[in-house]
Design a protein around this ligand. Structure first.
Ligand code: T5A
Length: 225
């Protein structure tokens, strides 16, 4: 059976440390001689990504909520073939946000859950999803103490609480579906970051990611349905 890289996704609220942990994982495995690369969504460098960036940083640049949802999804489609190519070359991909952010944030904006899922049908499904979050809802309020918090459109405590609730509902649904299906090998894990240092979170994250990178992945790539 042919080997491929694993697709590992880190999801979570704004400023919970996703990028910090994604960088640490990439460095850790690169130093160990593994093929590993980082992919960040939104990818703000593409034409669609530039529009998304403008929407996030300029609170006077308004778009219908349906349009921005479709732009985030289109941004993922822009990178689909590149992503698949890398996986088939044996590169492990660490993704900083993807499909689940698309749905958790847009439903917090009032859009319908099933409507939000449909534009991403056909995109590759991660082998492992890590959800960086707080066990205690009160700790979401402390995000405002993190550097530069509040500069972008969605960095508002009440909105982040809503996003947290949506992520949790969504992951519970997906987990139930996964347990009912004998075909899917995809895995979900929650990483609580309450009062943990960057190093402590790194230990938790590495413990979960290790087997996906160290053991050869021979499972076929799955796709969102
Ligand atoms: N979005 C995204 C959608 O609405 N739909 C979509 O489909 C997608 C893909 C931008 C926005 O777009 C929305 C969600 C977002 O609102 P983004 O570019 O990923 O998405 O923006 P952020 O989540 O804000 O990304 P950041 O890179 O800014 O935050 P991170 O990655 O979670 O946090 P990080 O690692 O940069 O850390 C932030 C700060 O906290 C410190 C770090 O040192 C840094 O200063 N930190 C810690 N401090 C204390 N203890 C710890 N354990 C810490 N970990 C990190």
């Amino acid at each position: 059976m042919s080997k491929r890289g694993s697709l590992i996704l880190i999801e979570g609220l704004d400023r919970t440390g996703k990028s910090t942990q994604a960088d640490l994982i990439v460095n850790e495995f690169e130093n160990a001689g593994k093929k590993v690369e980082l992919i960040k969504f939104p990818d703000r460098t593409t034409e669609i990504g530039k529009l998304i960036n403008q929407f996030l940083v300029d609170k006077n640049f308004n778009l219908p909520k349906e349009s921005i949802h479709l732009l985030f999804s289109a941004n993922r489609w822009e990178l689909k073939s590149q992503l698949l190519e890398k996986l088939l070359q044996g590169v492990n991909l660490i993704m900083d946000r993807y499909y689940y952010s698309g749905i958790a944030y847009s439903t917090a904006n009032g859009l319908d859950f099933d409507w939000c899922k449909s534009p991403d049908i056909g995109l590759p499904k991660p082998d492992l999803v890590l959800f960086l979050t707080f066990k205690d809802n009160e700790n979401v309020n402390k995000l405002k103490n993190r550097e530069n918090y509040g500069e972008e459109r969605y960095e508002i405590t009440e909105f982040q609480q809503e996003v947290k609730k949506n992520f949790e509902t969504f992951f519970n649904k997906e987990e139930k579906q996964r347990l009912q299906s004998s075909n899917s090998k995809a895995d979900f894990e929650i990483v609580y970051v309450d009062n943990k240092t960057i190093e402590e979170v790194k230990t938790d994250v590495l413990g979960l990611v290790k087997k996906f990178i160290e053991v050869d992945n021979t499972n076929p790539v799955e796709y969102f349905q």
